[in-house]
Design a protein around this ligand. Structure first.
Ligand SMILES: N[C@@H](CCC(=O)N[C@@H](CS)C(=O)NCC(=O)O)C(=O)O
Length: 197
């Protein structure tokens, strides 16, 4: 399998982390998230969104959207539950991640830590949105070990990816002790690899 990705992207890290934990081999093709001029040439016909991560299977089929890739690779393993309601809860957290978390946490981190260029007011708005998402996670994790069903799942991978690097976007995690305990639990899972791996 081939992964078109960026080594600095949390969305791509989700796939690398899952692959490491499932023992899947990935051929990694690095694309820049700053210079996007080769997007159409490299990803045209593979991902209509022209985004990374894009997964290419050995039979040539391709899949975009990080959380869809997680679901595809992990379905049938203990990282995606069998029980219909728990499966829906995993999707609940994946959709939460994509709509209420990633657009704030990931964008603030991208501007501050990767691009090094931002408008102060726009950054403050993203950081505010990030704290709204973190408060939701804190409420949910206050009396739970993992996001769904008291066991590690792709929902934890989806939200770990950007939450653990939120401070790089000026988003302090001090006010979220349950989130910090959960981050440590996720990082202690067998086969865990760092975002820099
Ligand atoms: N919803 C998509 C977001 C993908 C995305 O925004 N990818 C970024 C890197 S994290 C990217 O490709 N940026 C460069 C570009 O937009 O051309 C996912 O979860 O895969």
């Amino acid at each position: 399998m081939r992964l078109y990705e960026s080594s600095v992207s949390g969305n791509c890290y989700k796939v690398r982390l899952l692959a490491a934990q499932l023992g899947l081999e990935l051929e990694r093709v690095e694309l820049s998230v700053i210079d996007r001029s080769d997007r159409e040439a490299v990803l045209g016909g593979k991902n209509p969104g022209l985004r990374v991560p894009t997964l290419e299977l050995d039979d040539g089929r391709t899949l975009g959207e990080s959380d869809a890739i997680l679901w595809f690779l992990a379905d049938g393993t203990p990282l995606v539950p069998d029980e219909p309601f728990e499966r829906a809860q995993v999707l609940q957290w994946c959709f939460f991640e994509q709509y209420s978390h990633e657009p704030f946490v990931a964008v603030a981190r991208f501007w501050v830590a990767i691009l090094g260029r931002y408008d102060e007011d726009a950054l403050a708005e993203r950081q505010q949105g990030a704290h709204t998402a973190l408060r939701a996670m804190e409420r949910h994790l206050a009396d739970r070990s993992y996001l769904v069903g008291e066991r590690y799942s792709i929902a934890d991978i989806a939200l770990y990816a950007y939450t653990h690097v939120a401070p790089e976007g000026g988003i302090d995690l001090d006010a979220y002790p349950a989130v910090r305990r959960w981050l440590a639990r996720v990082a202690a899972q067998p086969g865990h690899v760092a975002i820099t791996a």
